[in-house]
Write a new protein. Structure first.
Length: 355
């Protein structure tokens, strides 16, 4: 059972997130940069940035990238991997707003079916693509629309609930997405599958930043500057071995996310209207904050569908972003860590990163 959980819920989700990063996320960033530069005047280079961003963030490309990422993470044979590009593209388009979840499920099944017949016949070059693509296409026709509808409906419910009860949902979304970020699963893939934008997306960013910046500052005594950078700009997942040994080391970051989440939703009303994947990335490569900024200047299609519009951010908006993403996670997590060290729940060396 553990083998399949790792293969489908850890490896596949992680591969999907990498595919998203290499297509939709980077494409959105490049496109937004080009659009903002074009405000300074017409320029061929600026137009090229917009075109390049559009190419990378096209729904067909994104679906293909996700499926290939999933297949690569699962270690399927090369021929199966290449065929997954067509499967992912079809599933993402047919799944609509919830396409990423359709891609995840359908690509996994098609990859496994292709893997079953790969190199089993003398005409592998024909059989493997036929099985992989036809099984993926059939599943897409039969299920992608409904999988996508279920995913987008759940995401819409979460976003609606966050608008209705920003305090409590700010806590829940921030804590849950933050925990998912540190666990060996992909919070980014979860957010894109649910299409989390708006206030719910802002709460997700807050929770992820609380974990990453929080652990980076909390463990500075043990890990110094290398640990600060690897966790603050890399991933808090590095702390999982220490969390397994002493779960108390996780509490400062979790409590911090329970505070910064509702501050983001109720006080600063911080919305993440860029690509939904940014809601689950935190400060990894500064993707979370960049997603918020991108959403201010050029909201994603998903955000626009929920009523978002481009804004000129105020000083208050910038202050909220800096406090929620950087300052409060570091200060609060350090403070709670100091209390827990004093009462003996966290001991010297408990947060040292494994070599």
């Amino acid at each position: 059972m553990n083998k399949y959980v790792k293969r489908y819920f850890i490896d596949a989700l992680g591969g999907m997130a990498q595919g998203l990063f290499a297509s939709l996320l980077i494409g959105t960033i490049v496109k937004t940069l080009g659009q903002q530069l074009l405000r300074l005047g017409e320029n061929a280079v600026f137009k090229f940035l917009v075109d390049a961003g559009n190419f990378a963030s096209d729904a067909h490309v994104v679906g293909a990238a996700m499926a290939v990422g999933i297949g690569f993470a699962m270690g399927v044979p090369a021929l199966v991997l290449f065929c997954l590009a067509a499967v992912g593209s079809a599933a993402n388009i047919t799944g609509g707003a919830g396409g990423p979840l359709a891609v995840l499920i359908i690509a996994i099944i098609a990859a496994e079916l292709g893997n079953l017949v790969s190199k089993k016949t003398p005409v592998d070059i024909i059989v493997t693509p036929l099985v992989t693509i036809l099984s993926g296409a059939l599943l897409t026709v039969l299920t992608a629309k409904w999988i996508g509808l279920a995913a987008s409906s759940l995401g819409n419910l979460i976003m609606w609930a966050t608008e209705l009860h920003p305090f409590w949902m700010g806590i829940i979304v921030s804590v849950v997405i933050g925990i998912a970020l540190t666990l060996p699963i992909s919070s980014a893939a979860i957010c894109i599958a649910l299409g989390l934008t708006g206030l719910a997306g802002g709460a997700g960013v807050a929770g992820c930043c609380a974990q990453m910046v929080g652990f980076a500052v909390l463990s500075f005594r043990e890990n110094r500057w290398g640990g600060l950078l690897s966790q603050g700009l890399g991933t808090s997942m590095l702390q999982m071995p220490n969390i397994v040994k002493n779960p108390f080391v996780w509490l400062p970051a979790i409590i911090t996310s329970a505070i910064t989440g509702p501050l983001a939703t109720c006080l600063f009303k911080m919305e993440m209207n860029g690509a939904a994947v940014s809601s689950g990335m935190g400060t990894c490569g500064l993707v979370g904050p960049i997603g918020v900024i991108t959403g201010w200047l050029s909201p994603s299609e998903a955000a626009l569908a929920h009523g978002a519009s481009a804004i000129s951010p105020s000083v208050f908006d910038w202050t909220g972003l800096i406090l929620i993403c950087f300052i409060l996670p570091g200060v609060l997590c350090w403070l709670f860590g100091k209390i827990f060290r004093r009462i003996g729940w966290i001991k010297e060396g408990d947060l040292t990163l494994p070599e």
